[in-house]
Design a protein around this ligand. Structure first.
Ligand SMILES: Nc1ncnc2c1ncn2[C@@H]1O[C@H](COP(=O)(O)OP(=O)(O)OP(=O)(O)O)[C@@H](O)[C@H]1O
Ligand SMILES: [Mg+2]
Length: 571
């Protein structure tokens, strides 16, 4: 762990619990879904905070059967819901955005930061001033009445004339689905445009029944053909400009990049989930740019949503993926979503092609492309902070971990909903429960974007939470030494740099919520940018091939001289 000095301090029992209480104002537009921008529940909270315990006991906080009632602002409206559904590349988002652009005020809620960036850019370019709000970014534009946000940041207390929720089928996602459900039920807009897979239509119609909203379903057809090939790729000799090879582990990604580049005909850009988003965008831009030498893309399913790519052919190097528990076949939706990236309308390739590396994988590819995605049956749900807080008052001795666990086991749900998988959140709850901080602050750490499976990332969170509990202020320099970042030379060094980027990203996220306690946002942001540039330096200059023994690798960033001009200007 080069740059992070994760010092383990004794946690003081004289923590600063409560000092920062009420720092998060639920009426502020950027406060997350789970931080309870639920006016309905807030009213209950006010009522019960002045009532005696007997009354509180009568209210069943575990009853989550009527989530539509949590959003009184939206319930006061008779919303017009437009469901734009169809295959990939059929213009669903395009049409919804046209409506957003021509409305006096509105919000776009996307599943990824990259999509929110793209929409903000597009609206601003079209002279519709648009703010960008994600967990880690706030870019406010003068006079903006429009916002592009990540779905977790959707504000359910404001009124809009138009709102768009993209990739709405994600309401069935085990971990993030509840944020889509919240946007669906809670956004108060005259017109709400939902874009996604037709498999979500019956569930959305069912869920919206008690709201009385008007629903119109609009079906779309693919704008350009997607042709499944009868022949596998067979050999990397058959790779062509515009190809995108898809695989599901970073190790495989670099292995394939090496194999293809050794043929000396092509250079590969790479896109995968743990690359910093800015790096992903730049890698994609290089691939899209016909004048760049990077004419082939090696990517994970991170390309499945969001990036506009000039792909002629998708090649699945495998049809199996490790899902955290086991190796399994790709689902129909995953195959369609990924394959749908080839031959985007308006790109350099009017016809998309899709194939596999191996002949044995072709039958699954063909059958998946022919089948409709299975109908979605349930939408995700998660108790808000307000519910957890009220419940905790009845069980003051229980820590956040036990409270969450109790909710997971005992929450009452109607048949259209499931409770979100919060394994990761429980891991964080176990870490913060031993610290002398308020429930509210614990909850904040629990919902932060930390990857607890990643050692550096989870140690970063632990250190931030411990320092916060001990001193109330977390200086970045106490746990991170600027100037120590290096261009990675090995796979593990690259992975470490990606993890450091994640920790810095977490710091920025916390700095937006606990501003006084995490004051070094600018430093964290600049170090994040350096991480991204160092990763790109590595990707562009060295690839994943063996380095010639005589080649001198660049040393530390602050010595600078071996770095490209672009990187040096940031150091
Ligand atoms: N009527 C149109 N005129 C010009 N460009 C269009 C039109 N409809 C769609 N496009 C372009 O075609 C591409 C695909 O459209 P869009 O992103 O809306 O598809 P989608 O159905 O939302 O796909 P996905 O399911 O992959 O998100 C985009 O680059 C979009 O700008
Ligand atoms: Mg779309």
């Amino acid at each position: 762990m080069a740059a992070f000095l994760l010092r383990h301090r004794q946690v003081s029992t004289l923590g600063v619990s409560g000092i920062l209480k009420d720092k998060l104002d639920p009426s502020r537009p950027h406060v997350e879904s789970r931080l309870g921008a639920l006016a309905g529940v807030c009213n209950l909270l006010r009522e019960y905070s002045t009532s005696n315990d007997n009354r509180a006991h009568k209210f069943d906080f575990l009853d989550l059967t009527c989530p539509h009632a949590w959003y009184p602002v939206a319930r006061r409206k008779n919303r017009k819901i437009f469901l734009h559904v169809g295959p990939t590349n059929s213009g669903k988002t395009y049409h919804a955005l046209k409506q957003l652009e021509s409305s006096p005020s509105g919000v776009y809620c996307g599943p990824l930061r990259l999509l929110a960036w793209e929409v903000a850019k597009r609206l601003n370019k079209a002279n519709v001033p648009c703010d960008l709000i994600t967990g880690q970014e706030r870019e406010e534009v003068n006079g903006a009445k429009h916002k592009a946000v990540t779905v977790e940041m959707a504000d359910v207390t404001s009124n809009y004339s138009c709102a768009v929720v993209d990739e709405i089928q994600m309401l069935g996602c085990m971990t993030r689905g509840f944020s889509f459900t919240r946007a669906l039920l809670g956004i108060s807009a005259d017109e709400l445009h939902l874009c996604g897979d037709p498999a979500a239509v019956p569930l959305i119609q069912e869920i919206l029944k008690p709201t009385g909203d008007d629903i119109h379903v609009q079906y779309y057809e693919r704008l350009s053909p997607l042709v499944p090939s009868q022949k596998p790729l067979g050999s990397f000799k058959n790779i062509q400009t515009g190809d995108c090879i898809v695989t599901f582990s970073r190790r495989e990604i670099y292995k394939l990049k090496g194999q293809i580049e050794r043929g000396r005909k092509h250079l590969c850009s790479v896109v995968y989930g743990s690359l910093p988003p800015e790096t992903r965008t730049r890698q994609a831009t290089m691939f899209n740019d016909a004048s760049s030498e990077f004419d082939v893309l090696v990517a994970s399913d991170a390309i499945g949503m969001g990036l506009n790519l000039n792909i002629s052919r998708i090649i699945f190097s495998t049809m199996k993926k490790f899902d955290g528990v086991e190796m399994r076949d790709l689902t129909i939706s995953e195959v369609k979503q990924i394959a749908g990236r080839a031959g985007r309308y308006g790109s350099d390739f009017p016809v998309g092609e899709v194939t596999c590396l191996l002949a044995d994988d072709l039958p699954l590819l063909h059958s998946s492309l022919k089948s409709p995605s299975p109908i979605l049956e349930c939408a995700g749900l998660f108790p808000t902070f307000d519910l957890i807080f009220m419940y905790s008052r009845l069980h003051p001795k229980k820590g956040l971990y036990r409270i969450m666990e109790h909710f997971l086991e005992n929450a009452k749900l109607s048949e259209n909903y499931f409770i979100a998988n919060c394994e990761e959140m429980l891991k964080v709850a176990a870490v913060v429960d031993v610290l002398p901080i308020s429930l509210h602050d614990k909850y904040l750490f629990v919902i932060s974007p930390v990857d607890m499976r990643n050692e550096i990332s989870s140690q970063g969170l632990t250190q931030f939470a411990q320092n916060y509990a001990q001193k109330g202020i977390v200086r970045l320099k106490e746990i991170f030494t600027p100037g120590t970042l290096q261009v990675p030379k090995t796979e593990s060094a690259l992975k470490e740099l990606e993890s450091i980027h994640k920790v810095l990203d977490l710091y920025v996220w916390l700095s937006f919520r606990l501003e006084d306690s995490f004051p070094d946002r600018e430093l964290a942001a600049s170090q994040k940018a350096i991480c991204g540039l160092l990763i790109e330096e590595f990707l562009e200059r060295f690839g994943w091939q063996k380095q010639p023994k005589t080649r001198k690798l660049p040393s530390r960033v602050n010595s600078g001289f071996l770095l490209s001009k672009e990187t040096r200007q940031y150091v």
